[in-house]
Design a protein around this ligand. Sequence first.
Ligand code: WT7
Length: 635
Amino acid sequence: MIPRITNIQEYKSSYEQSLHDPDDFWASIAEGFHWKKKWHRIHSGGFEKGDYKWFEGAKLNISENCLDVHLKSSGDKMAILWEPNNPDDAPRSYTYRELHTEVCKFANVLKQTGISKGDVVCIYLPMIPELVIAMLACARIGAIHSIVFGGFSSASLSGRIQDAACRLLVTADGFYRGDKPVLLKEMADVALRETPSIKNVIICNHASLDIEVIAGRDLFWDQLMMHAETSHTAEVMDAEDPLFILYTSGSTGKPKGVLHTTAGYMVYAGFTFLNVFQFKKNDVFWCTADIGWITGHSYVVYGPLLNGATTILYEGIPSYPDWSRWWKIISKYKVNIFYTAPTAIRSFIAKGNDHLNGADFSSLKVLGSVGEPINEEAWEWYHHFIGEARCPIVDTWWQTETGGILISPLAGITATKPSFATLPLPGIDPVIVDTNGTILNDIVTEGNLCIRRSWPGQARTIYKDHERFMATYFTTYPGMYFTGDGCKRDSDGYFRITGRVDDVIKVSGHRIGTAEVENAINEHPMVVESAVVPVPHDIKGEAIIAFVICVKSVSDHQLLAEEIISTVSRLVGPIAKPERIIVVTGLPKTRSGKIMRRILRKIAEGHTEQIGDISTLLNPEVVDEIKWKTLAEGK
Ligand code: WT7
């Protein structure tokens, strides 16, 4: 049994213990999992070299912890309840026993296809049960999964496959987002033109779409599974064997392949799921995130299954066939714990409250929020209309790199305050620093958020680029993990995350790097140079504005804007599309040639009075032009 914190005194004492005696603390948590061999050391290494390790010497398999360990007591309990995009299609469900069988079968299929321990398997699937089966089967044989969100473009998929030299791609013919088909296989085929490492493609026939089949390369899920053995002995994994790679955007360059390893990730995902949501044995849990993001990895799949929970998998979007769909799902499955993003809540608010008519929220006990700061209006609406003023809201702050939630209330235990992620979980030692890296010790303060010591779920490296890992997280403030977030602390010691302080933009909770979008924009033949910045957006939280310099004067601005937007959509994905394109003749630069995005941001936000001194710029004269074009152009 994973230990549960049941009241605020226990939280305080666990927290104290976790900092004073971390080894004993984490050993007591790890005891709640199933090990083939226990660790000989809880923790070693540190931030200086980024060589921290957890539960060294231990042997385990995470898929056994998610499946096999539950078979005896709850084999017939529902593990996955799958709700299709179209409410007229048949839902599917898997008990723990059924899911175990499917995972064993697919593990055998992977082996037959020539995949073994340490190989990287790319998974590009919609939100269907096969996605969970494929990821757990990888974990079962010790292959490393690299899941690519189904909304990413061919180019993004291709880049991710190349970076990790994936051997196999698991995909589907396609799926429907509302009534729009998404042609996954077609996109995969384009991506695979540049990925010599891929030997085979396994295709799930999901949406009955016509696809091209490449003989010798393409294989079919159903055919392979039909003949697969139903039993499989899980590979014995070392604690620090890689479990998965997940790409995420940073301030600069290409997306980073964040690497998580087996034991630490497992202990952290399992522990935080139980305690943050105060999950009880028969609760039905629904996290609306796509499995292609870390939230889906940790809280649609691993966290819930490690705890023997019933987890809902919904294929579709909130607005199909209409805006009442999510509420119907909550009533239909009697969801007890519901976890979603502020951007979704804001889109519901914008639709008026008619979609709530007839909804039955009586099963709900706990609500969660994740992905971006939640504004007070969204918090209050969520609290009153969905939680019926009786369900605690856990505002959970964390990142792809953290593996699991770091700062959050414990549901029903920690007193909440709208827009505060409140207090650190046991084992997490957050500090707020100023720009010089001095720790600000006053309780009430504001600055950049760092974490002072390692926790088991922490990413171990950027795949095949440890130098970049060190430079990104451990160099700005030596000895500390730099989160990239700004943060305030109030007189109760509560943390309030204010948003990214680097060149990362959060559009509808999706993490997008300015450099990725700029590189895509620069591919347009008319564009010489570009700079993108975020502006506040009522529903998306942040939207992207692009300033571009063109090779010659632009006659049809509308057409150019459309072309640039479709270029970004094609090269990165629709989620990265700029909201506005502003054509300028220069971008503000420092004498060393660095674009001053801070100035562009102030102009885009309409805070021109806050620009400050521009006399040290290389080209201060461009600022006025940018100001009036921002006011005038393409609104
Ligand atoms: C960034 C990480 C890990 C969950 C999904 C996002 C922002 C996340 C909160 C929150 C304010 C939040 C931060 C963080 N963020 N949760 N509760 N309050 N901001 O993972 O894509 O790696 O993004 O999301 O800016 O750094 P991600």
